[in-house]
Design a protein around this ligand. Structure first.
Ligand SMILES: NC(=O)c1ccc[n+]([C@@H]2O[C@H](COP(=O)([O-])OP(=O)(O)OC[C@H]3O[C@@H](n4cnc5c(N)ncnc54)[C@H](OP(=O)(O)O)[C@@H]3O)[C@@H](O)[C@H]2O)c1
Length: 322
């Protein structure tokens, strides 16, 4: 028997849903009659307290990977922070009442689950979750999983080791802002460079960048300095390969990869969050939420519009959830 909390879990919940693909602002509807998801034996049911948006949410809705996507209806949302209210029979790590966070979709674009995190409750495999760092709010915790796991796993994929230098393309975004911090604080980078527009250069420095490059004024590939690793979060791999040292590595998470650049797609894992929790608790790594980036559940469409401008600094988080 699955065990649950004393708090009654409703059978019908509120969630944002689209029944057909399209631009989220056109197709997403608030539905108050969505069935609460059933949990499997390795899953927990989470009362969602905060949920973050990622570009993959609108790309999925627009049908970027519809050939390998699950069919609508779809409740978007990968990132969650919330409270465990029910656990499956095989669940070992968590108990009812635990405060958790995670990216609930293991393979981002390969048959992702239909019921995401833009809902009052969501079901998630325990291996995708970690305990929320105690010093972080639910909003801060929700902002992290997909972006920080992508930054961390991507850096691992490049074989990053202490003393190497890195150029981060897109340093002010959700992934980039964490990449700068992880490269410095976790991976021991000797030198971190990053790109952004003029108004965000100071932010890059405050995150730990030694060199902040204004892409409106300078082409990073024309710099004399070359880097051991170039991590492209923008979709500029063709240019990125001209900024790497001979024998170095170029990773891209956006768009096609021009060889020798390689394309990386995240596989979500709670174990990465567990590894990073000490860095979050000691504030060596800090979440970055856009100053205009917290939207209540009723304003999810506005949140998508803002995300789709491509100008967000750090992350967008949906909170409170009713
Ligand atoms: N493959 C994977 O597993 C994976 C995982 C996560 C994300 N992604 C993809 O990676 C990309 C980045 O994700 P994200 O969440 O970091 O996006 P995001 O937060 O929406 O990125 C917004 C940031 O990008 C910056 N930016 C835009 N154009 C730029 C340019 N030409 N040069 C430098 N910076 C630029 C903007 O800064 P300015 O305003 O200064 O331009 C803004 O701060 C998206 O395409 C996403 O789908 C892939």
């Amino acid at each position: 028997m699955a065990s649950d909390s004393n708090v009654a879990i409703p059978s019908k919940i509120k969630a944002w849903v689209y029944a057909e693909r399209g631009n989220p602002v056109d197709v997403l509807k608030l539905d108050s009659e969505v069935r609460v998801p059933e949990i499997k034996e390795d899953e927990v049911l989470v009362k969602v307290v905060a949920a973050a948006l990622n570009p993959v949410d609108f790309k999925r809705a627009l049908g970027f990977f519809k050939d390998i996507d699950s069919p609508p209806p779809i409740v978007p949302g990968y990132d969650v922070a919330g409270v465990v209210v029910k656990i499956g029979d095989q669940v070992k790590k968590f108990k009812v009442g635990d405060e958790v966070y995670g990216d609930i979709i293991e393979k981002a674009v390969d048959h992702p689950k239909q019921h995401g995190t833009l809902a009052e409750y969501t079901a998630v495999e325990e291996r995708l979750l970690a305990l929320k760092p105690k010093n972080l709010s639910f909003v801060e915790a929700a902002s992290l999983p997909l972006a920080i796991e992508t930054a961390y796993e991507g850096l691992e994929r490049t074989g990053f080791s202490p003393g190497k230098s890195i150029l981060v393309l897109g340093g002010a975004g959700g992934v980039g802002s964490l990449l700068i911090q992880l490269a410095k604080e976790v991976f021991g980078a000797s030198r971190v460079a990053a790109t952004s527009s003029t108004g965000k250069l100071d932010l890059l420095k405050s995150l730990g960048a030694d060199l902040a490059i204004d892409y409106t004024k300078e082409n990073f590939e024309d710099l004399q300095e070359k880097f051991d690793v170039v991590y492209d979060t923008v979709g500029q791999s063709e240019r990125a390969v001209r900024a790497v040292k001979e024998g170095g590595s170029v990773l891209t998470i956006a768009g096609a990869a021009t060889p020798p650049a390689v394309r990386f797609i995240l596989t979500s894992a709670g174990s990465v969050l567990e590894k990073l929790n000490p860095f979050l608790e000691s504030q060596k790594i800090k979440p970055l939420i856009d100053p205009k980036g917290t939207f209540p559940f009723s304003k999810v469409l506005e949140a998508f519009s803002y995300l789709q401008t491509g100008r967000v600094t750090g992350k967008i988080v949906i909170h409170p959830i009713p």
